[in-house]
Design a protein around this ligand. Structure first.
Ligand SMILES: [Zn+2]
Length: 230
């Protein structure tokens, strides 16, 4: 039943799910790169060529990209993403996309400071703190005996599952888990200065130097070869 006089939310069209830039010939968006080894790092890496000034490449061009990122990283399931998409208005989607980018940049500022062995800026930390608190507030501890787990206690988004900010909160939660974990000791940035993608070095002897051997590793080797033979 539709109540007269109550405006129904205008659902965001499905075309928001794909941005023009990353459409392949099949019409499907290219998957987000996962070489960071953690969703929070892959999130920071979604702004490619970050230190390249005008040549930055934005991976989060639309709200659909943000939602797809959270889904691809397993932070939301497809039912949750579909639920959000059915209910979100274009205005709320635009607001959530802006919030997602602010979170990403605060995260980037803090993580690159850690990599560079510098204390993170207080302003960036405050932004992060605010996002983590807001995300925390929207989670509920639920008893889910149908989850097949004997403990059956789980953090859920539940009543907040239709909010546009859901992917932002899910990413903030994931970032919090990383920021406070011992994995931070393994945080590195790609050694190619025009790349600097973040990743967790989980190699046995902690010797990983590049985001991807086939891209930056080979680029670095070619550069060294040129220097040696010039
Ligand atoms: Zn790289």
């Amino acid at each position: 039943m539709v109540l007269a006089g109550v405006p129904r939310p205008q659902p965001v069209k499905f075309t928001l799910m794909v941005s023009a830039k990353d459409q392949s010939t099949s019409g499907k968006a290219a998957a987000f790169d996962r070489s960071g080894g953690h969703p929070a790092l892959d999130f920071v890496n979604s702004l490619d060529n970050r230190f390249g000034g005008k040549e930055q490449v934005e991976g989060l061009e639309s709200y659909g990209d943000l939602l797809r990122f959270a889904r691809e990283m397993g932070l939301l399931d497809s039912a949750q993403a579909a639920h959000v998409l059915r209910n979100v208005t274009p205005e709320a989607a635009a607001r959530a996309l802006r919030a997602g980018r602010v979170l990403r940049e605060a995260l980037a500022e803090t993580l690159y400071a850690v990599v560079d062995e510098q204390p993170p800026q207080a302003a960036g930390l405050q932004v992060l703190e605010r996002y983590l608190r807001v995300a925390e507030r929207h989670r509920e501890l639920r008893w889910r005996p149908d989850a097949g787990d004997r403990t059956a206690l789980a953090w859920c988004w539940r009543t907040n599952e239709r909010k546009a900010e859901l992917p932002v909160w899910a990413i903030a939660q994931s970032a919090r888990d990383l920021l406070l974990s011992p994995d931070m000791k393994r945080l590195r940035a790609c050694e190619v200065d025009t790349c600097r993608w973040l990743f967790l070095d989980t190699s046995r002897n902690h010797s990983r130097r590049w985001c991807k051997m086939e891209v930056c590793g080979n680029r670095m080797k070619a550069r060294r070869y040129q220097i040696r033979h010039s």
